[in-house]
Design a protein around this ligand. Structure first.
Ligand code: 13P
Ligand code: SF4
Length: 320
């Protein structure tokens, strides 16, 4: 039917709007049939955020997973460590991730074996583990943290020194606020690392009235240029509460959708198009539908690490 080669086809195709509406209707029908709830991180594509029951940062979504009373199925639209955290906190529920390839390169930068080696070199230092890590790494630590509570968590330990894995940028930012010596793992977020001080400077020139919000996974040189250093949930709060009418947003591009949707009268400028996390973009409406249809891909955490990892996450929640 369709000619091949360099022809122009102008015939009747279903419009994307038709097929998107159908996908959403099918997702809604299955969500009800399966007693499922859809959680989405703030970096998900707009259409994924828009169909989610809850959108939030890592900490908010962890707490939400722990406190969901009714649904039997959680479809987690984020990256694998987030879905794993949900499974640890809601072990009796079926936690699905629409694309099992949605990983976090920063989380892959530390292994339990390498962490055990560092612990042997600093036997009295407690270990604080950023939630962007595998369950096996979390099982090796005393407490987890997110970018929303990292300073609070490290302070709660009242230690002279702590081992902090895997994000050196978040760790260095925490170090600015506390006297505890931070032993930093050399991990980093490849997406936030692409944000440069010059991106902030040129956005400031273009939008001189704007306040600059920076995620603490950015480098120290970028953080130095910020008005607010905040988690993605913190960005939502700053945008709502600040008297400023314009904001430069130095984090992953998905963040802009929620900020614009919740504050239609304010202006938001993404710092630079390079700040895009390809893993966060792997979940799509089609994959969410397939996930609900086939009940895949189920997240499982090996029993030998689950209890210890859960304890570290619950300890974080209790100090947050
Ligand atoms: P938040 O905890 O701020 O949502 O960040 C998670 C993350 O992966 C940032 O890259
Ligand atoms: Fe991991 Fe960075 Fe992507 Fe967040 S933005 S999921 S830290 S790679």
């Amino acid at each position: 039917m369709f000619p091949h080669g360099k022809s122009v086809y102008n015939g009747g195709m279903p419009t994307p709007t038709d097929s998107t509406a159908q996908l959403i209707a099918d997702i809604n029908r299955l969500r009800e049939e399966r007693h499922a709830v859809i959680l989405a991180h703030n970096y998900q594509d707009p259409e994924v955020q828009d169909i989610a029951d809850y959108v939030g940062d890592s900490l908010e979504l962890s707490i939400k997973s722990a406190n969901l009373p009714e649904p039997e199925v959680i479809v987690f639209c984020g990256v694998d460590f987030m879905a794993e955290t949900a499974k640890l906190l809601a072990p009796e529920k079926l936690v699905l991730i629409p694309d099992p390839e949605a990983g976090c390169p920063m989380a892959d930068m530390v292994t339990p074996e390498a962490l055990r080696q560092l612990k042997a070199e600093h036997p009295v230092a407690p270990v604080v583990c950023y939630v962007n890590s595998s369950a096996a790494v979390k099982a090796e630590c005393d407490i987890t943290c997110t970018s929303a509570n990292a300073v609070q968590v490290v302070n709660s330990l009242q230690a002279d020194e702590v081992i902090f894995v895997p994000d050196q940028c978040l760790g260095a930012w925490v170090q600015r606020h506390i006297s505890t010596r931070m032993i930093l793992w050399p991990g980093f977020c490849p997406t936030h690392n692409l944000i440069l001080p010059d991106h902030i400077r040129s956005q400031r020139l273009a939008h001189p009235q704007a306040e600059v919000m920076v995620h603490p996974e950015c480098t120290a040189a970028v953080i130095d240029l910020a008005d607010h250093v905040v988690s993605t949930g913190g960005m939502v709060r700053v945008a709502r509460e600040s008297a400023a009418q314009e904001f430069i947003v130095a984090t992953e591009e998905g963040m802009l959708h929620r900020l614009r949707k919740e504050n239609p009268e304010k202006g938001f400028y993404h710092v630079a198009p390079v700040a895009m996390c390809p893993n966060m973009k792997k979940n799509t409406l089609e994959k969410i539908l397939w996930s609900l249809q086939d009940l895949h891909y189920a997240v499982e955490v090996p029993a030998e690490v689950a209890d210890r990892a859960r304890r570290a996450i619950q300890r974080m929640i209790s100090v947050s």
